[in-house]
Design a binder for this molecule. Structure first.
Ligand SMILES: NC(=O)c1ccc[n+]([C@@H]2O[C@H](COP(=O)([O-])OP(=O)(O)OC[C@H]3O[C@@H](n4cnc5c(N)ncnc54)[C@H](O)[C@@H]3O)[C@@H](O)[C@H]2O)c1
Ligand SMILES: O=C(O)CC[C@@H](O)C(=O)O
Length: 393
């Protein structure tokens, strides 16, 4: 029976870690892991020579060098949807706080110490008009990015009797199917920005979305709109936001990403990257991440990878060895592998192959053992990134 070394980075919920059985040695101090479970901290893949997979207990993978991992044959997983509800609840909590001046009202009340009885009552009733707010109902919410979180934010807007309009240039059918029919799907980002009183951005941070909320983005928005960023700090150009606040283009900015330029600004409400910080979300993310990692290490199966194609195959009881071949997606790779196995009289019982256009991933169940020499012969072929042998007998 194979055993595996796992490194944890950040606080991973105990419910998830409990899924590792006694074949797993799990420690934050592991120096040569087969697998890593991580939240938001950066992962230095060059430090771990035997690393096979990284499971991100969360959605964003901008803390992991995904392209470099692909080149090394390291599979990167995330946990789509596992923390989405936590983010949605916080976005609406913050919208409510902003619209009803709750943060200012709470500060006011904290300063009422010493007042008693009728005097206290009179002070409250006289001054509460300073905190009069507006309601969400009837306002227009714009959602940029209709993924796991964006769709739920849009639906929650409908639930709060808002008009909701959303845009996503690469919509995923599974997410769009979950969208309330009352959400209007825009044909362009501009269409959303021109109409929304509140704009909430839910995109991943990557080279295309860094600085997405730019001066050009902001100038299309309605005067006095409020911008929400519960995606990632660098999605927003901070100087552009500060200018928009100064000019009145934006009346407020609500963000989960404290920055030097934003801290202390009267029109900016900041939470300390709390979007996913609920017990439920942390448990969901950890359980999903650990399950994905275990399935990969024990069977080579892939669900929710951000760099490898999804493939799942359960070995029958007759399988001796499962050979995993990870290759650049180019013609001739399957023939190459099967020829080598045939030459060495290794009988293939089943062959699963999937590609995501960049990486080809093969699960080859064999009746006989696959020796280290055969494995090396395949790994030396042009186009092969990495191989792995899992033995069941
Ligand atoms: N604040 C937090 O604690 C917290 C928690 C969870 C996720 N997040 C962030 O939120 C992001 C989104 O999470 P998710 O689970 O919804 O991911 P997701 O992958 O399900 O959805 C992202 C969506 O953004 C869309 N998109 C990409 N580029 C776009 C663009 N230029 N304009 C509009 N849409 C675009 C994609 O097509 C996709 O549908 C994560 O990548 C992460 O960075 C933050
Ligand atoms: O792990 C966290 O606390 C934050 C996770 C969140 O930013 C995500 O991208 O899923």
């Amino acid at each position: 029976m194979d055993s595996y070394r796992i490194k944890t980075i950040n606080a991973i919920a105990a419910e998830g870690l409990a899924l590792f059985d006694d074949r797993y040695q799990v420690s934050p101090d592991e120096e040569n892991p087969h697998g890593i479970v991580v939240r938001s901290s950066p992962v230095d893949i060059d430090s771990y020579p035997e690393l096979l997979a990284i499971a991100r207990a969360g959605a964003g993978v901008n803390n992991i060098p995904v392209d470099a991992a692909t080149e090394k044959g390291i599979c990167v997983f995330n946990t789509p949807g596992a923390n989405a509800n936590a983010v949605v609840e916080l976005v609406f909590t913050m919208l409510g706080i902003w619209l009803r001046n709750v943060h200012q009202g709470i500060s006011f009340c904290q300063e009422l110490t010493g007042l008693k009885g009728e005097e206290l009552n009179q002070e409250v009733e006289a001054r509460k008009k300073m905190f009069k707010g507006v309601e969400m109902a009837g306002k227009t919410l714009g959602v940029i990015g209709l993924g796991q979180i964006g769709v739920r934010v849009a639906n929650a807007g409908v639930h709060h009797q808002m008009r909701v309009i959303g845009f996503d240039p690469f919509p995923v059918m599974g997410n769009i199917h979950n969208l309330s029919p009352d959400v209007e799907l825009a044909r362009s980002r501009k269409e959303v920005l021109e109409q929304a009183d509140y704009v909430s951005v839910h995109v991943p941070l990557n080279k295309n979305t860094r600085g997405l909320v730019s001066t050009d983005f902001l100038k299309v928005m309605k005067d006095g709109a409020v911008l929400f960023n519960y995606a990632r700090g660098p999605v927003v150009d901070e100087d552009a936001v500060l200018e928009a606040l100064a000019s009145g283009k934006l009346s407020g900015h609500i963000t989960d990403f404290p920055s030097e330029k934003f801290i202390g600004h009267e029109q900016i409400l900041i939470t300390p990257h709390l979007g996913a910080s609920t017990s439920e979300s942390e448990e969901n993310c950890a359980c999903m991440a650990v399950s994905e990692l275990k399935s990969y290490l024990e069977y080579g199966n892939i669900t929710h990878s951000v760099n490898f194609p999804n493939v799942e195959a359960i070995p029958t009881v007759w399988v001796h060895t499962r050979l995993i071949v990870i290759n650049h997606d180019k013609p001739g790779m399957i023939g190459l592998v099967t020829n080598i196995l045939g030459k060495h009289h290794i009988n293939i019982m089943s062959y699963s192959n999937e590609s995501n256009g960049t990486v080809g991933y093969n699960i080859i169940d064999c009746e006989n053992a696959v020796s280290a020499e055969v494995q090396q012969e395949i790994e030396a072929c042009d186009g092969v990134i990495r191989t792995r042998v899992i033995t069941y007998k």
